[in-house]
Design a protein around this ligand. Structure first.
Ligand SMILES: [Zn+2]
Length: 160
């Protein structure tokens, strides 16, 4: 296992915490040097908050830890391509690099719908690496949605 895969495994571990809460399983970690300084997972339903995406939760923790809103010299490892809100926050944080597990064709803003992380017009560009442990990250999501559909179907049956 290489270094990127090692940290992506940690991001997957975070995503599994979301899964356990019946949240869409998305997780991430922020690494500075060789140290994980923050972790986050999707808690949107649990917190009843649009802002409670894995990435924003981790950015908040990293800033608290560093005592700085700037995340220069840091890398985020995230299981799913960030949305427009999180990609925007990542640019704002001036983070160096984002390593992505699998892409999100319908909502991703690191190359799918848009590529906010690598736009020429902004004052900061984030280096992007894609497809680290892609299979594992995407199969976790498909398993989650499959289970959700099954549950909905069963609930329907119970209610008649
Ligand atoms: Zn997001």
């Amino acid at each position: 296992m290489n270094e990127a895969e090692k940290y992506m495994k940690e991001a997957i571990r975070q995503a599994k915490k979301a899964y356990a809460l019946k949240e869409v399983p998305i997780g991430c970690v922020i690494v500075q040097g060789e140290k994980i300084i923050a972790r986050g997972y999707n808690r949107r339903n649990t917190d009843k908050n649009t802002l409670s995406h894995a990435e924003l939760n981790a950015i908040r923790k990293a800033s608290r830890k560093l005592g700085d809103w700037r995340l220069e010299g840091c890398t985020m490892y995230v299981t799913l391509e960030p949305c427009q809100m999180c990609a925007g926050a990542l640019v704002q944080s001036r983070i160096d690099r984002v390593v992505i597990g699998c892409m999100n064709k319908k909502a991703g803003c690191a190359g799918s719908v848009l590529n906010l992380l690598e736009m020429d017009g902004f004052n900061h560009k984030v280096e992007v690496v894609r497809g680290v442990l892609e299979e594992e990250c995407s199969s976790m999501l498909s398993a989650f949605f499959k289970e959700l559909r099954k549950e909905k179907k069963e609930n329907k049956k119970i209610r008649g």
